[in-house]
Write a protein that binds this ligand. Structure first.
Ligand code: GRF
Length: 214
């Protein structure tokens, strides 16, 4: 009789996404997990604005969405509320995808190098603020793009995992440039999550080393 061979099947990485609005980056992650073989389990979406479309996207995908209203709360007070929810959800990785709040320092301390953010500019240019694409255009840059990075205590300043460049066209306005950048955001965000879950990211000071595939 043949012996049954035991096989080690590693559990998918638990991921929580934080979002505030439209949620197309969230959708890209959902799609990559569903159809693209991204080995993650989306264990929750936390959002901070009632009625946000990201909550509808989560519901459609069967992911629990938790509304934690941030209005009127400062960084640290909201951070405390957020931290309690995150500890309950117990993610390995947190992704801030269009989340319009600065993360509380207690959350960052609890998840060191385990929070990834997507920003619609080539950092360190046009950090902070909610209109990076319009600011880049107003400044007259010829190349913009997006950056995915680890979150630390400085806003939009943590170690960079990946970037994509997008050329500015003569006839661009903030909407058209944002749309082309957004397409790239979806790609580099999913790619960064994949590299994280495969253990390919090593943070060395400000640099993130991308390790070879095995
Ligand atoms: C994206 O451009 C993201 O980089 C920025 O906010 C936007 C969110 O878009 N932080 P969505 O909600 O993921 O569609």
């Amino acid at each position: 009789m043949a012996m049954a061979r035991s096989r080690t099947v590693s559990a998918p990485t638990r991921v929580v996404v934080l979002a505030s609005g439209r949620g197309t980056n969230l959708q890209a992650i959902i799609d990559a997990a569903r159809e693209g073989g991204l080995p993650i389990e989306l264990v929750g979406v936390v959002y901070n604005r009632a009625g946000a479309r990201c909550a509808t996207r989560a519901a459609r995908a069967g992911i629990p969405a938790h509304l934690l209203i941030s209005r009127g709360l400062d960084r640290e007070s909201y951070g405390q509320i957020l931290l309690e929810k995150l500890l309950e959800l117990a993610p390995e990785l947190i992704v801030t995808a269009g989340f319009n709040r600065i993360m509380g320092t207690q959350v960052i301390a609890a998840f060191p190098n385990r929070i990834i953010n997507i920003h619609p500019s080539l950092l360190p240019a046009f950090a902070g603020g909610l209109h990076a694409q319009a600011d880049a255009l107003a400044h007259g840059v010829k190349i913009s793009g997006c950056t995915v990075h680890f979150v630390d205590n400085e806003v939009d300043a943590g170690p960079i995992i990946g970037q994509a460049a997008v050329a500015v066209r003569e006839d661009d306005d903030a909407g058209s440039l944002s749309a082309r950048i957004l397409e790239q955001e979806h790609l580099i965000l999913v790619e960064a999550i994949e590299m994280y879950v495969k253990g390919r990211l090593r943070v060395e000071g400000r640099r993130v080393r991308i390790l070879d595939r095995d």
